[in-house]
Write a protein that binds this ligand. Structure first.
Ligand code: NDP
Length: 285
């Protein structure tokens, strides 16, 4: 019987620890602050932002909400980022992606002060990850690593297969698995014989964005399956990138969707924000 990696439960425990840390920071008159910038009306983004704001409140992080209209010009968004970079009450800045198509996303991400880049998408933080140096790690891959740690999984020498090579999930997840001495294969839309490669995996990370794309019989008996995907089916159901019912029969451990990687991503965002506030305190003393 596979272990279900309960992201909801693990994230609750992380939030409990963070709430204690926030209490201690407040004793030093530091209230961790996260600015959440949402541009436009994308319904999925609105849900994500709402959940992030709610979670901030749960642990005592002060949220600074910036809801901008879809038509916001590039220079206005840049001016807001500059203002937040200079605001001592804001320790973390999150710009919800995707941005409307008239906005140059890369230049907006580049404008965020790397010391406040709690999403970990700034090239400086990406470079620190590649170099194996401390910096903000992207939240979803950090959540994946924390879930693997929750079952004491030793990645050393194991074959980890990451399906997806996005900047926010696949690539950083592969680097973080490599950092822990896994042998890593990154797959994408041009990969040949994907089922064959997945069948050789001790750990599968699915970040494809296609409902139930990874079939149950691709999973090697005893493998750990991390399903990052969040897909809404025609009947409104949320499903992952893995055929859970099939995969759970072979897996040693598997994440559900919903309630797996999703809540972990938010918990890691909160953790990065609290860490940013702690660094601010160290810098001030
Ligand atoms: P992207 O669309 O940016 O990347 C998808 C990746 O999948 C690409 O690298 C693409 O390859 C690859 N891919 C697409 N089709 C195939 C195929 N047929 N065979 C093999 N690889 C394929 O998605 P994200 O990484 O941003 O997100 C992935 C999923 O995770 C989505 O469902 C998203 O909603 C979810 N997500 C969940 C989060 C959470 O907190 N749980 C956080 C972030 C994302 P190529 O590069 O060649 O195009």
């Amino acid at each position: 019987m596979a272990t279900i990696l309960d992201g909801k439960k693990i994230s609750q425990e992380i939030k409990r620890v963070l709430a204690d840390e926030v209490r201690l920071l407040k004793e030093d008159n530091i209230v961790p602050g996260l600015a959440v910038v949402l541009v436009g009306e994308n319904p999925a983004s609105r849900v994500y932002v709402r959940n992030k704001r709610k979670s901030c409140a749960e642990v005592g992080i002060r949220g600074f909400d910036h809801n901008l209209s879809e038509a916001t010009p590039q220079n206005e968004l840049e001016a807001l980022i500059d203002k937040l970079n200079g605001d001592a009450n804001v320790h973390g800045i999150l710009v919800q992606l995707p941005l409307p198509s008239h906005i140059d996303e890369a230049s907006i991400l580049l404008r965020i002060d790397p010391a406040k880049d709690v999403d970990g998408f700034h090239p400086v933080n990406m470079g620190l990850l590649v170099s194996g140096l401390p910096g903000f790690r992207p939240c979803t891959p950090s959540g994946i690593m924390t879930m693997l740690d929750s079952i004491g999984y030793n990645l050393s020498g194991k074959h980890a297969v990451v399906v997806g090579r996005s900047k926010i999930v696949g690539k950083p997840a592969a680097l973080m698995l490599l950092e822990r001495h896994a042998t890593v294969t990154i797959c994408h839309s041009r990969t040949e014989d994907l089922p064959g490669i997945v069948r050789s995996a001790d750990v599968v990370v699915a970040a494809v964005g296609r409902p139930q794309f990874i079939k149950g019989d691709w999973i090697k008996p005893g493998a750990v399956v991390i399903d990052v995907g969040i897909n809404r089916t025609g009947d409104g159901q949320l499903v992952g990138d893995v055929d859970f019912e099939g995969a759970v029969k072979n897996a040693y451990a598997i994440t559900p969707v919903p309630g797996g990687v999703g809540p972990m991503t938010i918990a890691m965002l909160l953790k990065n924000t609290v860490d940013a506030a702690k660094k601010h305190r160290s810098a001030g003393t």
